[in-house]
Design a protein around this ligand. Structure first.
Ligand SMILES: C[S@@+](CC[C@H](N)C(=O)[O-])C[C@H]1O[C@@H](n2cnc3c(N)ncnc32)[C@H](O)[C@@H]1O
Length: 236
């Protein structure tokens, strides 16, 4: 992955522009039952629904609109202005709004926090595609958004995904399309999330899960990539 904030935006604007932000076109764009709904069910006890929820790196908002049915206020944010413009135009839910935001931009995160207060933050498949040198800064942005009372629900690729990806010799078409845009999936190592958040934050829940995809395999099944989830909150 290229290393400056500008290049993340250029890369993702090109990706979303090329696949036209249609539901199901992106590799990871599955129905909420296989993503947000399942993830929310796993850690629901830690996410009071009277707090706003930020869907960080919301892409074409399939998961964001699901959250809109369960939280009083939902804000979908993404670095790509192209995808934000597309979803904002389609959105019909009064309690769901969208804004362009780079999680590495400290001022933008402070400004969103000032507008909506402590929020829960859902992060699915966003950290692992950043350059690992930027992970600490990204988590600082998440910490700003959750403040003292919000919970971060994170679903990212870990070591098992890394080993699986290393064995793929010819990437299937939807993964090839991602790679062709210069997007390189990395994987979090055991202990990374606690290390990145630091001792003032506690991991309330953690376990194995799968990143379901829309990529059919020759055996007729859809590709699933091993993943892990974490629910993290500031210690009281
Ligand atoms: C793999 S996609 C996941 C999309 C969505 N979370 C989902 O599960 O459907 C990663 C998303 O993160 C966004 N993104 C990449 N870098 C970002 C950054 N620095 N700040 C905010 N969003 C970012 C991309 O534009 C893309 O929509």
């Amino acid at each position: 992955m290229v290393a400056t904030n500008d290049s993340y935006q250029t890369t993702w604007d090109q990706y979303w522009g090329d696949i036209t932000a249609q539901t199901g076109a992106a590799l990871w764009d599955v129905a909420p039952d296989h993503a947000a709904a399942r993830d929310l069910k796993t850690v629901q006890a830690h996410l009071a629904n009277d707090r706003p929820l930020v869907d960080l790196g919301c892409g074409n908002a399939t998961q964001t609109w699901f959250f809109g049915q369960h939280f009083d206020r939902v804000v979908g944010v993404d670095i790509s202005q192209v995808v934000i413009d597309a979803v904002a135009e389609k959105s019909t839910m009064a309690n769901v709004s969208f804004r362009q935001l780079d999680i590495l931009d400290v001022d933008a995160c402070r400004s969103l926090h000032a507008d909506i207060g402590d929020a829960h933050v859902y992060i699915r498949g966003v950290i692992h595609q950043l350059n690992p040198d930027h992970w600490q800064q990204a988590i600082a942005g998440v910490q700003t958004l959750i403040g003292q009372t919000g919970t971060a629900l994170i679903v990212e690729l870990g070591g098992k995904a890394h080993r699986m990806m290393a064995q793929i010799q010819t990437p299937p078409p939807k993964l090839a399309e991602v790679l062709a845009h210069g997007i390189r999936p990395a994987a979090l190592a055991p202990g990374d999330i606690q290390k990145l958040f630091g001792d003032n934050f506690e991991i309330l829940a953690h376990g194995d899960t799968a990143m379901h995809t829309t990529q059919p395999l020759p055996d007729g099944n859809l590709l699933q990539i091993p993943a892990e989830y974490w629910a993290v909150r500031q210690r009281s």
